[in-house]
Design a protein around this ligand. Structure first.
Ligand code: DGY
Length: 323
């Protein structure tokens, strides 16, 4: 029997690509150049499985092409707002993602950004590199203490809970969260966490606010000018979720005008094209979407996609099926 044909849209860790080669008739992307809409359509027409990632827009137009051969989309990433899920469902496509395996590393990056923002690490790094550091002095570059402060999490899924564990047990932080679907009471009790009924309440009380909700239309500009104005002038906003959850223009204004003390961002509206307004600000730490970027996690993500498509081709239900 011939092997299923699989198209991978970006370069994956070598050890996962080797396994794909052994199991499938696979088209890899050795140059690692983002595929065009036409190339994605062609892949859907010619392959049994398309393995895209979070930067491949699988729009209604792409998914709607005639004569599709593909039956499954194995997304490399936990977030799948790159895929028009309703249209995928309408066309009978199975879609899977890669939860769990990137939880800790993404929470680590959120914690890193929290610390960077509180302790002005990006600004300090720039000062040293620009050879502008004139020496230690008691009032130089004072930031804010993290230990014992209050962390507010908007969205309290796996990654937020992992961050809460690091913050609570590692830094003695008090945990607040706001989520319409709270986790089991045991998880809340273990973290001595308190639920806020509204985002507004959380924004007013937290010293650090970290975003952990999915991207997409429902959460676009969830953090807008009005909400940023509710935060404390000493507070910091951390975003490792999706860029469009925050209105960039409003955040730039908030950072410039001192409505909040700082921000740590791993994701951006329209990334990788970052609003230039961020670039000259000292009170923002900027990272290039590194949440899951460790060797271990990216291999695990690839393996997770492989498990999902293997189950599908064996006639079983893939464990990370989204639709
Ligand atoms: C995801 O998986 O959704 C991330 O944004 C990439 O790590």
């Amino acid at each position: 029997m011939s092997k299923p044909k699989v198209v991978v849209t970006r370069k994956w860790p070598a050890e996962v690509e080797e396994q794909l080669k052994a199991l499938y008739d696979v088209q890899l992307n050795e140059n690692d150049i983002q595929m065009t809409a036409d190339e994605l359509k062609e892949a859907l027409r010619t392959a049994d499985a398309l393995l895209p990632t979070v930067t491949d827009p699988l729009t209604a137009e792409v998914l709607g092409i005639e004569g599709k051969r593909a039956k499954i989309i194995g997304n490399f990433g936990v977030g799948y707002n790159n895929i028009d899920i309703n249209i995928a469902k309408k066309h009978g496509l199975v879609v899977t993602n890669t939860p769990e395996v990137l939880t800790d590393c993404t929470a680590d990056i959120a914690m890193l950004l929290l610390l960077m923002s509180a302790r002005r690490a990006a600004e300090g790094n720039r000062l040293v590199r620009d050879q502008q550091w004139t020496g230690w002095r008691p009032t130089h570059m004072l930031g804010q203490k993290v230990t014992g402060k209050t962390l507010g999490l908007i969205g309290f899924g796996r990654i937020a809970q992992a961050m809460a564990r690091k913050a609570h047990y590692g830094f003695g932080m008090k945990i607040l969260f706001c989520d319409p679907y709270p986790p089991a009471q045991q998880i809340i009790d273990d973290l001595q966490a308190s639920r806020c009924e509204t985002i507004e309440e959380l924004l007013t009380e937290a010293n650090f606010v970290s975003l952990h909700c999915p991207g997409g239309d429902a959460t676009r500009h969830l953090i807008n000018e009005k909400r940023l104005q509710l935060m404390r002038p000493s507070a910091h906003l951390i975003n490792t979720a999706r860029g469009d959850v925050v209105d960039s223009k409003a955040l730039i204004k908030a950072l410039k005008e001192g409505w909040i003390a700082g921000a740590g961002l791993d994701v951006f509206e329209g990334e990788p094209n970052i609003d230039p307004g961020f670039l000259n600000l000292d009170n923002v730490a900027l990272l290039p979407h590194l949440g899951s970027a460790t060797e271990e996690t990216r291999v695990a993500m690839g393996n997770r996609v492989m498990e999902n498509i293997a189950a599908f081709f064996a006639g079983l239900e893939p464990k990370d099926r989204v639709v």
